[in-house]
Design a protein around this ligand. Structure first.
Ligand code: WT7
Length: 628
């Protein structure tokens, strides 16, 4: 697509959205029954329904309809943690496995609308189980296998899950992860889970509850490979995926079948310009939304060949990503800025030792990418031959909203660039008025699109309050941004109490609750501080209970405690002891001040005289000097 074509189609998509979306839905998706209305509801009613009356099955769209042409085409190239472990599944193979597991689920009593929790490493079974759920109309809730038993438990309970699909162990970077053990621990507080299906990954002997636990391979060996896909309403839920917000527990973002799948399919095609014969590799774990939309649903709906990689960028050495690209002749590569930064730090030699001739397009997602890092990605990884797409989106948005398009968007490294079809972004001030070009403000989206989440599971009011209350008539993203005179968006990052550590989204309140669940802690306040590799890291102000001694040993214990409660992604980097926290007269913690002190920006603290306890500021600064 060239720039003029992009502009024409964009104009059409936002001036006649219903016609545009109907055309796309027709082109990209096979419908069992055509819809009656393209869209009902908007950002004032907040009960949007896409393709009402339409019927389809997501799994059918990802598999069955490709069998005529692609039965023997590879669907998944799986690369294990060790370089010599791999598996190739054709569309025919994948279809059979998925049908078998769909029958297994049915035999275990899983019905349309039931929630199935998936807690698996990056192995083909993760995709198989997701698609099997979609096939029978069960709602999957994938939980990242790096989350702790406690985080898993919260998600199982919130979604009223009765069955968990897991593995004996995970394997990443040469180290094992005790996945089954984590499930056993989580289920101590989930009495409603009556069945656990366990995939054998490493073969390690794990505790097995004869009544509750079943081996995946045993069930599969007896299962029939014929299974009709359930006919679903376009508005039926496809999955729930938990993500962090500013406050409260992680929320269950619910995506529906029709709107989500249309959006996943078209964005995959346009953004990555996928052509027959391309080998596409997205490094995201299936536990995150990128793994859902751009590892499974988007690519498979387009009949693509994907690489699924179990391991890390640095094992056995820092060349691993580039070696995999050469080995499988990857043409499209999609990863996160944190991985690019970490590999760039190790020096060009790890990259230049490989060939990377197959590459055509490079993508990034998850957090802002610094222009220098983006240029390195273009120059060194892509040999100045491959366009870079910096794709901005969120768990809630279902798919990419702002991104360059290959061939259409002149490169400005560090900018997510232009809106995709049907997307109308704006930058507004605190009162909700649009600001002038180049002025910073809050990023909102003014028009509905089919990929947007339907609701927050069991909490529609939170959905309305979170995204539509502050700026009426708009979807509030929670990000800060500016738009330059050429219409390019520059995303600054979150402007709420969400932080991004290595691209992973964590709410400061979750980390604070983890701290205060430790017996030594009285109060905790957590802020995000800029980090060269991780993007941000956790800086915690901890106020202990009376009589507690402030030792390094206690610091280590608290760090371990937070890891145990949430998972290693939430590992605090710095702990600063504090006697008190800066509070307003109404008792609200002034995070703005804490953030500035943690970042060493205490010259620009602003007016602190309105604090209930202004004296605390000097003390905090002095303690920060000692801590950092
Ligand atoms: C937040 C959403 C969407 C897939 C992975 C993250 C940040 C995401 C970019 C980008 C700058 C980005 C935003 C957003 N973000 N992509 N290209 N440039 N920031 O999904 O975990 O829901 O996080 O990630 O802050 O709000 P998520």
């Amino acid at each position: 697509m060239n720039q003029a074509q992009y502009r024409d189609l964009y104009k059409f998509s936002i001036s006649q959205p219903d016609t545009f979306w109907a055309e796309q839905a027709e082109k990209f998706i096979s419908w069992h029954t055509r819809w009656q209305t393209v869209r009902q509801g908007d950002f004032t009613t907040n009960d949007m329904t896409w393709f009402a009356g339409g019927k389809l099955n997501a799994c059918y769209n990802c598999l069955d309809r490709h069998l005529g042409k692609r039965k023997d085409q590879t669907a998944i190239i799986w690369q294990g943690d060790e370089p010599d472990t791999e598996k190739h599944l054709t569309y025919g193979d994948l279809h059979k496995e998925v049908c078998r597991f769909a029958n297994v689920l049915k035999d275990l009593g899983v019905k349309k609308g039931d929630r199935v929790c998936i807690y698996l490493p990056m192995i083909p079974e993760a995709g198989i189980v997701m698609l099997a759920c979609a096939r029978i109309g069960a709602i999957h809730s994938v939980v990242f296998a790096g989350f702790s038993p406690d985080s898993l438990k919260t998600r199982i309970l919130d979604a009223d899950v009765k069955i968990v699909i897991t593995a004996d162990e995970g394997l990443r970077g040469g180290k094992t992860i005790p996945i089954k053990h984590n499930v056993d621990k989580a289920l101590e507080s989930c009495p409603d889970v009556k069945t656990v299906v366990v995939v054998k990954r490493t073969g390690k002997t794990v505790p097995f509850d004869a009544k509750r636990d079943k081996w995946y391979h045993e069930l599969m060996s007896k299962a029939n490979a014929d299974c009709m896909p359930e006919v679903m309403d376009a508005d039926d839920p496809l999955f729930i995926l938990y993500t962090s917000g500013s406050t409260g527990k992680p929320k269950g973002v619910l995506h529906t079948t029709g709107g989500y799948l249309v959006y996943a399919a078209i964005t995959f095609k346009y953004v990555f310009d996928y052509q027959d014969g391309d080998i596409y590799w997205c490094t995201a774990d299936v536990g995150w939304v990128t793994g859902h939309t751009y590892n499974i649903y988007g690519p498979l709906a387009n009949g693509a060949t994907i690489v699924l990689y179990e391991g890390t960028p640095s094992y056995p050495d820092f060349s691993r990503f580039w070696q995999i690209i050469d080995k499988y002749k990857v043409t499209i590569f999609y990863t996160a800025p944190t991985a690019i930064r970490a590999l760039r730090r190790e020096g060009d030699k790890w990259v230049t030792a490989t060939n990377r001739d197959s590459l055509k397009l490079l993508g990034t997602v998850g957090e802002p990418i610094n222009p220098n890092v983006c240029e390195w990605y273009y120059d060194v990884v892509g040999n100045k031959r491959c366009e870079v797409v910096d794709t901005w989106w969120q768990t809630e948005t279902g798919g990419i909203l702002i991104t360059p398009l290959p061939g259409a968007t002149p490169f400005k490294p560090g900018s997510a660039s232009w809106p995709l079809f049907g997307i109308v972004p704006a930058v507004v001030d605190d009162k909700g008025n649009e600001v002038e070009p180049d002025k910073a403000g809050r990023l909102v989206i003014k028009q509905p699109w089919p990929g947007l989440m339907k609701t927050i599971y069991k909490d529609h009011q939170r959905f309305v309050n979170n995204y539509f209350k502050d700026v009426p008539g708009c979807y509030l993203t929670g990000d800060g941004a500016r738009c330059d005179k050429d219409g390019y968006y520059w995303i600054a990052g979150r402007n709420d109490d969400v932080i991004k550590i290595s691209g992973h989204r964590i709410g400061t309140e979750e980390v604070e609750s983890a701290f205060t669940s430790h017996p030594a802690v009285s109060q905790a306040a957590v802020v995000g501080v800029a980090d060269e590799i991780k993007g941000q890291h956790i800086y915690a102000y901890i106020n202990t209970k009376a009589g507690v001694e402030h030792t390094d040993k206690l610091k280590q214990e608290l760090v371990q405690h937070v890891r145990d409660v949430i998972g290693p992604i939430a590992t605090p980097e710095v702990i600063q002891w504090t006697k008190d926290l800066p509070k307003t007269r109404s008792g609200k913690i002034m995070r703005r001040i804490l953030r500035k002190i943690a970042c060493g920006e205490d010259e620009s603290l602003g007016d602190t005289s309105t604090l209930a306890n202004p004296g605390v500021v000097e003390e905090l600064i002095a303690e920060h000097e000692k801590t950092k």
